[in-house]
Ligand binder design. Structure first.
Ligand SMILES: Nc1nc2c(c(=O)[nH]1)N[C@H]1C(S)=C(S)[C@@H](COP(=O)(O)OP(=O)(O)OC[C@H]3O[C@@H](n4cnc5c(=O)[nH]c(N)nc54)[C@H](O)[C@@H]3O)O[C@H]1N2
Ligand SMILES: Nc1nc2c(c(=O)[nH]1)N[C@H]1C(S)=C(S)[C@@H](COP(=O)(O)OP(=O)(O)OC[C@H]3O[C@@H](n4cnc5c(=O)[nH]c(N)nc54)[C@H](O)[C@@H]3O)O[C@H]1N2
Ligand SMILES: [Mo]
Length: 593
């Protein structure tokens, strides 16, 4: 007997899984995946101990007692549900229905891809997924701020035989194999896209026919690119005309796909970066054609009528002020470590009267919670999985029994009952509601928004709209602290001794789940020794880490993976100009021995 399910970890791949006689394997009958599952599922997940018993103020209690305490907490005046992305199944959101009924508060905004998504919406009106099959038909794939072998490993088979261009401040594994690699200065991808666009106009390589029909304001955009000074900006990006020529060689008159990752947009200006990359793609006429396009984290719920959409009050997710609420429920997340500015966030969480943690593993947040409710693992419940990286939808079946924990549906049902509320349907009703809306091809479910060639009928939700170019770019951070330094560098020899703090994902963790790290990776030329302990200091806090030398990292950057204990002590409590997203990399750090 085989049971089919999928991996609910927050990842582009959202792999299809079969379980046979207790053995977990990749489902090779499904187009996603390359026949293998990653080490997170095969190894690190299994070695991580679960929370097995509910607790109230550190004391182990029965699930009934713990749920009674949760009920009492929600009787108080104000409550907040802050949900993380520990499980990407749609059923995570069923608890919205309870929060709505008690007049509680939810969050808006993002810790993840929100800035980039806002830029895409600005330009295209809707953030559609570019199907894997189109990526496979490209001549050139530009991997732009995405660490594909770590965060999106199942994309690799789709890249075979292509010209590969990589743009990243770190010479990643894929960069080492690339046909062209640009070790870009962090936070300058917007400028790179604008410069490339300007050169495309200068050499008349733009796709006039496509532009006339789909993006007719392109002349105004040309004028906008001309406001950007070439020499100063190329030197600021860390490149030159020669390298620009090499990139253009891979973009002109061929099928090009941009695989853009979270790395380019962990900044206040993240939305403009995505809009500029989209504008570059538009100039080349890359939308609505076979083998072309921009692949970013797409809106996975696009096209669905979401039964868990509610009209609650909402506060900012990356800047949540927890202490404004009597009761805070943290579900499927670890904000004490994953939100920016951990020092401030921790104080906020500790000031909450009743903090409830509902999750699988112990972490910085569970340790501070008054009530801890163990969750069921995605192998232990029914669900539906959508993906931001591809078009396939998967029904998730329970593949093992467990006495541990409670599912999100049962948690919600328990509270509906305790409050004497009516109107919650059966679990299967909601699962069917999602499944029923999918398109179907043979036995495979597809997102209702899926289009083989997205934007072939134009932009906007309904199609028919034009692409909207950027008209304005304001950036105080660059102008005051960075850009001026470059412009005056001849006179002012004093160098900025601080380093850009990059926090990409780790191969051994899924965000803060599984193995945690305690190292800082930096270039040997910076002058520290392997194994040495150093202190990193920013305006917001500090951490002590062990040095690992790595020649692949740009000399003005240091890398502290996002699973590192204490990384977010260093990051700023700010949100992006558009998209209300965290800006983990809008910070420079000093090193002290
Ligand atoms: N193994 C594993 N896989 C994961 C995750 C995990 O924790 N572990 N997390 C999942 C989640 S939640 C997400 S959102 C995705 C994210 O996955 P990705 O989109 O790959 O994002 P990151 O790993 O954050 O960073 C990607 C790359 O951006 C580069 N970078 C940093 N700053 C800049 C910059 O200014 N410009 C450019 N051009 N590049 C830059 C980094 O060096 C890094 O190589 O991965 C998912 N997959
Ligand atoms: N410095 C820095 N910080 C970052 C990032 C970065 O690039 N740099 N990346 C950000 C990004 S992209 C993201 S997406 C966020 C992620 O941040 P969070 O959403 O907070 O994710 P995790 O820290 O992995 O915590 C997930 C928790 O969910 C719980 N969980 C897992 N499965 C289930 C389930 O089925 N039910 C319930 N109830 N709980 C479950 C687990 O106990 C786990 O501890 O982190 C962000 N933080
Ligand atoms: Mo993410």
């Amino acid at each position: 007997m085989q049971t089919k399910t999928a991996c609910a970890l927050d990842c582009y791949d959202a792999c299809a899984i079969v379980v046979e006689k207790g053995k977990v394997k990749a489902d090779t009958s499904n187009p996603i995946g390359n026949g293998a599952l990653c080490a997170l599922v095969n190894k690190y997940m299994d070695e991580t101990p679960r929370i097995t018993t509910p607790r109230i103020e550190g004391k182990e209690v029965s699930l009934d007692e713990a749920m009674k305490a949760v009920h009492d907490a929600f009787m108080k005046k104000t409550s907040l549900l802050w949900r993380g992305s520990g499980n990407m199944g749609v059923m995570q959101e069923v608890s919205n229905l309870f929060i709505e009924r008690i007049n509680g508060t939810l969050t808006y905004g993002s810790l993840c891809d929100g800035a980039g998504e806002a830029g895409i919406l600005e330009g295209r009106g809707v953030n559609r997924n570019l199907p894997l099959e189109q990526i496979q038909k490209a001549d050139t794939v530009v991997i732009w701020g995405r660490n594909i072998t770590v965060t999106n490993a199942h994309m690799m088979p789709y890249l075979e035989g292509k010209n590969i261009v990589v743009i990243d401040p770190v010479k990643t594994a894929i960069a080492k194999k690339a046909d062209f690699y640009l070790q870009i200065q962090p936070r300058t991808d917007y400028y790179l896209a604008i410069m490339l666009a300007r050169f495309i106009y200068m050499e008349d390589s733009q796709d006039i026919e496509w532009l006339e029909e789909n993006a007719s304001e392109y002349e105004a955009f040309y004028e906008f690119t001309q406001e950007h000074r070439i020499k100063a900006i190329l030197s600021y990006i860390g490149t030159d005309l020669g390298e620009m020529g090499q990139i253009l060689h891979f973009l002109r008159h061929q099928k090009v796909v941009f695989l853009v990752g979270a790395g380019v947009q962990k900044y206040t200006t993240g939305s403009y970066t995505l809009q500029a990359i989209d504008a570059l793609a538009s100039l080349l006429g890359l939308f609505g054609k076979e083998g072309c396009g921009v692949h970013y984290l797409s809106t996975s719920k696009l096209g669905f009528d979401n039964p868990f959409e509610v009209g609650c009050k909402k506060i900012s997710k990356p800047l949540a002020s927890f202490s404004d609420f009597d009761t805070v429920l943290i579900q499927g997340g670890n904000p004490a470590a994953s939100m920016p500015n951990s020092v401030g966030v921790t104080k906020e969480l500790e000031a909450v009267d009743t903090l409830i943690y509902f999750g699988l593993y112990e972490n910085e947040t569970s340790k501070r919670a008054k009530i801890v409710i163990p969750a069921k693992h995605f192998f232990e419940k029914e669900d539906v999985l959508l993906s931001y990286g591809h078009q396939y939808v998967r029904k998730m079946h329970k593949v093992r029994e467990s006495d541990i924990g409670i599912s999100e549906y049962d948690f919600t049902k328990n509270l509906f009952d305790a409050f004497g509320l009516e109107g919650l349907e059966e679990e299967s009703y909601y699962i069917d509601a999602w499944i029923k809306q999918c398109k179907q091809e043979n036995d495979i479910l597809l997102s209702p928004a899926h289009q083989d060639i997205p934007y072939a009928d134009g932009f906007g939700i309904e199609g028919g709209d034009e692409f909207v170019f950027i008209e304005e770019y304001e950036d105080d951070f660059i102008n005051t602290k960075q850009f001026t330094k470059v412009r005056t560098s001849k006179k002012n020899k004093e160098e900025d001794k601080r380093f850009w703090l990059l926090s990409p994902k780790s191969p051994k963790s899924l965000n803060t789940q599984y193995r945690r790290d305690n190292k800082v990776y930096l270039h040997p030329d910076i002058g520290y020794k392997e194994g040495e302990n150093i202190k990193l200091i920013s305006e917001y806090g500090s951490i002590q880490l062990e040095v690992k030398l790595n020649e692949d990292i740009r000399r003005n950057c240091i890398v502290v993976p996002s699973n590192t204990i204490g990384i977010n002590n260093l990051t700023p409590p700010i949100s992006s100009q558009e998209g209300e997203s965290a800006c983990y990399q809008e910070v420079k750090v000093e090193i002290q021995k």
